[in-house]
Design a protein around this ligand. Sequence first.
Ligand SMILES: Cc1cc2nc3c(=O)[nH]c(=O)nc-3n(C[C@H](O)[C@H](O)[C@H](O)COP(=O)(O)OP(=O)(O)OC[C@H]3O[C@@H](n4cnc5c(N)ncnc54)[C@H](O)[C@@H]3O)c2cc1C
Ligand code: SF4
Ligand code: SF4
Length: 477
Amino acid sequence: MTDAVSRYLRIEVPEEHPEERVADFREVLHSYTREEAMLEAQRCLQCALPFCVEACPITQDCRGYIGLVATGQFDEAARLTLRENPLATTLCKVCYHYCEDACIMKGRGVPIAIRHLKRAALEFGNSNLEYVPSAPRHQRVAVIGAGPAGIMAAWELCLRGYAVTVFEKQRAVGGQAGAIPHYRMPNHELLIDLQRFRNMDLTFVEGRAGGVDFTPESLLKEGYRAVFVSIGASKAGFPGVPGEHLPQVIPALDFLYDVNQVRSVILGRKIVVVGGGDVAVDAVRTARRLAPSAEVTMAYRRTRGESPAGEEEIRETEPERVDFRWLLSPLEILGKERVEGMVFQRMELGQPDASGRRAVRPIDGATVTIECDTVIMAVGEKADLTGFSPQLGLKIGNKGWPEGTHPDTMTEVEGVFAAGGRSVVHAMAAGTKAAEGIDAYLCRKEGRTPGPRPDPFGEGHVVPKAPEGYSGPVWKP
Ligand SMILES: Cc1cc2nc3c(=O)[nH]c(=O)nc-3n(C[C@H](O)[C@H](O)[C@H](O)COP(=O)(O)OP(=O)(O)OC[C@H]3O[C@@H](n4cnc5c(N)ncnc54)[C@H](O)[C@@H]3O)c2cc1C
Ligand code: SF4
Ligand code: SF4
């Protein structure tokens, strides 16, 4: 591996064979061995200006942990990772690795496998650590919604000494991360992450819904000093076509939650998933695994290149016997009592719009009918604001989550904040922003000056340094 060419090649991530992996929900991607991880990490140039770190929504010091992995310092790499990333065990399996898209090695071959190296750091290093909260402030803050945004905000606030109660309407924490199929995240990774929170003044109250059992305003009256609304996007979207009320038309989010919670789902022999995002891809891959002999189709109104799903997810799905149908927009679901088929409008690409994305337009008179008995709808979800007062002025973000109206995420009601995000790590970044806003707000009220996040391991401010014994990449540029 030390020749001049191999620096540009990634150490391959071991993967289950497509024919075998669709037989069940086994994990598709495996971990590196220690040696493979070290070799892959040694490809990193340890850039003086690390674009990878800049591109990470939570500015994870990935350059730092890669350097440590390169020299076999796995314990130190795990600690560095967990110092700023409390959901690292989850993210090392599911993050869409924005860092890798920005990695300088992408332009010179294949980017460093930054997410897989995070996984190696946590698997080979000691990741069974515990976070240490600051001295208690005796001030309570409430969080509504236990998804990644709410959990991250809770972590940030607990580290600053606040007592946090997280109210969750479901009987499980994790939010949409709990719908991610087991072939990508098999081992309750989120619960492993939450084990490290065990010393914090953090309480989860499950089965209590904002807007039903309480409101943000009622929590303030109860004595919570601030409230963070992080209810994500849990209400299924529908395209508004005839027939979508039929019982065999299933919202993708419900379908994926049910499968993960081992609740029964009924699928037919010809399944069509409508949508082109990551949720649609997960729905189609899950349907493939549950119904091995069924015809499984995914229909999307744009092309593969325009699809919002990640390239990695589509590439992994292609060999799994899924029929991708691009440029088809739903028109009607056929059938009186049962789904019998679905009619689509054929689309074509038009000129790029203001964002540079090419618009799609219908081709006059061109329709396609696909015979099917089950339709899974994955056309977007949005926040369910039922029971939340309009006085809050909650806005809905472009992927459906609620947002505050002020730059610090505060809503129109003083002390109530709101945010969420389009991926786990974006939601975490939103949680951090809200927690900083809440801390600054409460400090303002008391005449205190807000400080930076205290060290999560109670070790004071640690200045990252180049790992001992590491003198740069094995391969010289
Ligand atoms: C199938 C699927 C696969 C995905 N795969 C990935 C992936 O691989 N990588 C990635 O980075 N992202 C992925 N995502 C996206 C990611 O999960 C979300 O972006 C992220 O979870 C959003 O976090 P959040 O905290 O803003 O909201 P959510 O995760 O939606 O959490 C909101 C929480 O609030 C609760 N809630 C809602 N209303 C109320 C109420 N009234 N009262 C109390 N609680 C309430 C909900 O039950 C939920 O637990 C996926 C999403 C789905 C659906
Ligand atoms: S959290 Fe995601 S984007 Fe950030 S460094 Fe890790 S893999 Fe990259
Ligand atoms: S080579 Fe890539 S991963 Fe390494 S520091 Fe540079 S940008 Fe980051």
